[in-house]
Design a protein around this ligand. Structure first.
Ligand SMILES: Cc1cc2nc3c(=O)[nH]c(=O)nc-3n(C[C@H](O)[C@H](O)[C@H](O)COP(=O)(O)OP(=O)(O)OC[C@H]3O[C@@H](n4cnc5c(N)ncnc54)[C@H](O)[C@@H]3O)c2cc1C
Length: 472
């Protein structure tokens, strides 16, 4: 169905922006009935972000954690997938403005709009760090990190200068939330186990992994006891924890770090720097706020009513990481429940005209989990707190339950079994020209095809940390 077909459709038209957890669950809730759903995403796939670090460190392939949206939704015959980047919303005309790959503008009319565009990495106003310190939000990010991490060992092997060799064998991870902790642990594990006997001139197990955070503990949102267990596990693996440390500069050769306690700045030479420190709403949130007079929180997320709509705009819902409501954390479980709620709310409204609205959105917290090392994870669920093997088994169950597609689940189990038992990582392939030397094929060639207003400006930098906690 084209944009023209959509405007002629007699069915109730719902446009969903984003096919992440929130958008996908909204689309599933709108299955069947006289409703025509258009799901617009700038990516072709639904991505299981919680396992990105395993793609980055060579355990899983990108195909195991991402599924084409068309494939996931092929049995939802009332859902059409559109590959385009939404750049603006016109609430008066009830249409969204999107750019096709290549930059051509298209408009999509709606009766109800569900915006689920997630968040992006925040460098706290220092976007120039991004070229040296990739974040981890997309498949491209994970493959970029894979190239840098495995490439660093190769460069160390052939370096004749001992200082240069040391620099390539030093990895700095910024942010000791779940993503930073998982990445730091995995880099140590691959250096000390997987690569141990593969090199002839360097000793990969000597690689230093430095983990920096401005706070007082890793995984602070899991509470003192689990956080202490995480710190102990990291130290046992050989990760060097630098707490109370603010990264003030990143360049091609390393980072500068300010000690919060005494204000002194130290320099760390590092061949690889990875940023896992904060998130902010994408430019679309600013465009949406400008169009609807919605309020944004410090991270640029849209503040929503108890029914997850924008005040004064009952036909526009904002769900998932991009919404701000009751200080709910930016985790998959919130996104799934919010997307499901928004879809059901619209369906109820369409199928029961004049009936009472569904009640307000209520979040049911099912707990949080973070992977530390093989056979060791921390889990916090209600009053329960556990770590070690029971935590790892719970982590395994949770991730298998939520990974999209049976094929992906089965292949992930087989891959984990082989990599955990035999120390093997099969997904280590990269090309030296990958990612940053190639132009994004979907990027507009020039600004001329963009709508007059252009893409919305980036929201003001915020200090929103990476996921406060994970709920599964
Ligand atoms: C590395 C990492 C690890 C994580 N681990 C965990 C974990 O273990 N447990 C947990 O609960 N949570 C975890 N999270 C958080 C969890 O993944 C998010 O809370 C969840 O993905 C949010 O879902 P969402 O649908 O709101 O956004 P997303 O999943 O980010 O989806 C947003 C979608 O919108 C699309 N999009 C964005 N902008 C546009 C646009 N302008 N036009 C069209 N499409 C657009 C994107 O392509 C994307 O598909 C992790 C996140 C990351 C990055």
């Amino acid at each position: 169905m084209s944009a023209d077909d959509l405007s002629r459709s007699t069915a109730h038209r719902v446009v969903i922006v984003g096919g992440g957890f929130a958008g996908l669950f909204a689309a599933r809730a709108l299955r069947r009935g006289d409703i025509s759903v258009t799901l617009v995403d700038s990516a072709q796939h639904h991505l299981f972000q919680p396992l990105l670090y395993q793609v980055a460190t060579g355990i899983l392939s990108e195909g195991q954690i991402a599924s084409p949206l068309r494939d996931v939704l092929k049995r939802h015959t009332n859902v059409e997938c559109v590959l385009a980047e939404v750049v603006d919303v016109n609430p008066a005309g009830r249409e969204v403005v999107a750019l096709r790959p290549g930059g051509e503008r298209m408009t999509l009319p709606y009766d109800d709009l569900i915006v689920a565009a997630g968040v992006q990495q925040s460098y706290y106003g220092h976007d120039e760090f991004a070229q040296w310190a990739p974040g981890m939000k997309t498949i491209a990010d994970a493959l970029d990190i894979r190239r840098r991490v495995f490439g660093a060992f190769e460069l160390a092997e052939t370096a004749s200068d001992p200082d240069e060799q040391r620099r390539w064998l030093t990895f700095a991870v910024v942010g000791a939330g779940p993503t930073g902790v998982e990445l730091a642990g995995q880099i140590r594990e691959l250096a000390a186990r997987t690569l141990r006997s593969e090199f002839r001139r360097i000793r990969p197990e000597d690689a230093r992994v430095l983990l920096f955070d401005g706070g007082t503990a890793p995984l602070a949102s899991f509470g003192r006891s689990l956080s202490g267990k995480a710190a102990a596990a990291l130290q046992e693996m050989g990760v060097e924890l630098h707490l109370g440390s603010i990264v003030s500069n990143v360049d091609a050769r390393g980072i500068d770090v300010r000690d919060k306690a005494n204000g002194t700045t130290a320099r760390y030479e590092a061949g690889t720097v990875i940023w896992a420190a904060g998130v902010e709403a994408p430019p679309l949130a600013t465009a949406l706020a400008a169009a609807t007079d919605a309020q944004q929180d410090r991270a640029g997320r849209i503040q929503v009513e108890p029914d997850l709509t924008i005040p004064g705009h009952p036909d526009i819902s904002v769900v998932g990481d991009m919404m701000s409501r009751d200080e709910l954390p930016g985790v998959a479980e919130v996104a799934m429940q919010a997307g499901l709620y928004a879809g059901r709310r619209v369906k109820h409204k369409v199928e029961n005209p004049g009936a009472r609205e569904v009640g307000r959105f209520r979040y049911h917290d099912l707990g949080s989990a973070a992977y530390l090392s093989r056979g060791n994870a921390v889990v916090s669920a209600g009053p329960l707190r556990f770590a070690g093997l029971p935590g790892w088994l719970a982590w395994l169950f949770i991730h298998l339950a939520f990974l999209t597609g049976y094929r992906n689940r089965l292949s992930a189990v087989i891959t984990w079994a082989s990599s955990f038992i035999r120390d093997q990582r099969h997904e280590r392939t990269y090309t030296t020209q990958q990612i940053d030397q190639l132009r994004d094929v979907y990027q507009a060639q020039s600004g001329q095809d963009r709508p007059a207003a252009g893409p919305a400006p980036r929201p003001a930098p915020s200090n929103t940390p990476e996921r406060p906690a994970r709920s599964q």
